[in-house]
Design a protein around this ligand. Structure first.
Ligand code: ASP
Length: 437
């Protein structure tokens, strides 16, 4: 295994002092050799993220409106950073070049990627590191998916040799060479790709919190820190809204088993959270996460249990409308499909009509306003009483349980509650499991 990959998030690179702190962290351990920066984030709660400004710039230009405001804020922030850090490369020339390119692409990806690109250039000069442009070696395929084989091969070759390497996060390029970004927060994924391509011994993800908590601290203010969690457990929690790490960031490192360490740039000596392949399950539940914004499509038909192909026909309607579903709790004469509102968008009436046409049900209804909560932990496998404890906690908190689903892996119990009950439910579940071993 070969050195440590360090990804630094936007708040860790928001101004020159933050960047000096980041450089001190890198210099404190010579194993830290592969550096993946985000674009500068907010310096205070009222500030703007560079990526948001770049997207606004692109959007205004596409609409033929005046974009001088975001453009000049971006120019000012980078020139100030370059001046305060004393870097010599011609930042003005790069900014002029970006200003020329803003109208070139319909898609916003190229513009969105420039925050990371410029930060990568700045940081590589400041560190005396080799700069690698991911447009040359992080490759997407025709479907827009990461081409892992080509990427690991190309990037792996570029990351060989001594010294430090800086690879900006968040983007790569399509087969035709045009820049394409990951979804928002995607520098976490880039960090993981770099760690995999370099076959690093560790992927350190430096952010502004000291790791994951057992529940969202905005809901449970004193929620305990998670010390150790597996890739699989984390995937479930991030998917359901635990937002410290992008939910796709585990995939590149999971195969070779490279651990991810979530660290805090503002408190580098705090232990953070370690994400690994397996852990001894001393406690059943590792974390709880919940999300609003789901709708239940409820289908009823007498003697549905005898009808062959009923489920397939229901699902084919969703497929026809490009709607993916999250869960499918079934009864004898009922099928419910839980879908996220972003997926259902304005297809609701057409989906209902489609189900009526394809399945001739007695009744099909949409029930919006559902929140889902995942209670996750590999230790719940064969641990008697987890669901009972969870349901008792909800009933004591006077929360109505609309739906419950436990996967056969016994690692995750998903429940559905009214959106208004989400926070009460998360607090009740946390209190039931925080100290339960
Ligand atoms: N700068 C991008 C964003 O704001 C990517 C990242 O920071 O991970 O989403």
């Amino acid at each position: 295994m070969n050195g440590i990959t360090c990804k630094f998030g936007g708040t860790s690179l928001a101004d020159a002092d933050c960047i000096r702190a980041v450089v001190a962290i890198i210099r404190a351990n010579p194993e830290r050799r592969f550096i993946v920066p985000s674009a500068p984030g907010k310096r205070n709660p009222d500030d703007k993220k560079i990526t948001d400004l770049l997207l606004a710039w692109h959007d205004l230009v596409r609409k033929g409106l005046d974009a001088s405001q975001p453009a000049s804020i971006i120019r000012e922030r980078y020139t100030q950073l370059a001046r305060e850090l004393g870097v010599t490369f011609d930042i003005e020339r790069h900014l002029d070049e970006i200003a020329k390119q803003v109208g070139v692409y319909i898609e916003p990806d190229f513009m969105a990627s420039r925050g990371e690109y410029l930060m990568g250039l700045l940081l590589s000069e400041y560190l005396g590191a080799t700069f690698i442009d991911p447009a040359e070696c992080v490759k997407f395929d025709d479907e827009g998916l990461l081409d892992t084989a080509v990427t690991y091969e190309l990037l792996g070759k570029r990351l060989q040799g001594p010294g430090l390497f800086v690879v900006p996060g968040f983007y790569g390029s399509r087969p035709d060479g045009v820049v394409k970004t990951f979804s928002r927060g995607g520098s976490d994924v880039s960090g993981s790709i770099v760690a995999r391509a370099a076959m690093s011994s560790l992927y350190e993800n430096w952010t502004d919190v000291s790791g994951f908590r057992m529940a969202d601290p905005r809901v449970v203010s004193n929620a305990k820190r998670i010390e150790l969690i597996t890739y699989a457990e984390l995937r479930e929690l991030s998917y359901m809204g635990a937002s410290v790490l992008h939910d796709e960031a585990i995939f590149p490192v999971r195969g070779p088993g490279i651990p991810i360490h979530i660290c805090n740039t503002k408190a580098p000596s705090e232990p953070g959270t370690m994400i690994v392949a397996t852990r001894a399950s001393s406690f059943p539940v590792v974390g709880i996460a919940g999300r609003k914004g789901f709708t239940m499509i409820h289908v009823e038909k007498a003697l549905m249990n005898k009808e062959r192909g009923f489920g397939r026909r229901v699902l084919s309607v969703l497929e026809e409308h490009g709607v993916s579903f999250e869960h499918m709790p079934t009864g004898i004469d009922t099928i419910s499909l839980i879908v996220h509102d972003d997926e259902l968008a304005n297809h609701g009436p057409a989906v209902i009509k489609g189900i009526e046409r394809m399945c001739e049900p007695d009744r099909v209804t949409l029930a919006p306003g559902l929140a889902l909560i995942a209670t996750v932990g590999q230790g719940m496998n064969h641990h008697i009483g987890v669901a009972s404890r969870l349901c008792t906690a909800l009933s004591d908190a006077k929360v109505n349980l609309r739906v419950i689903n436990q996967g056969s892996s016994e690692m995750n119990i998903i429940i559905g509650v009214e959106e208004n009950d989400l926070n009460d439910a998360v607090r009740a579940i946390y209190n039931a499991f925080a100290d339960w071993t």
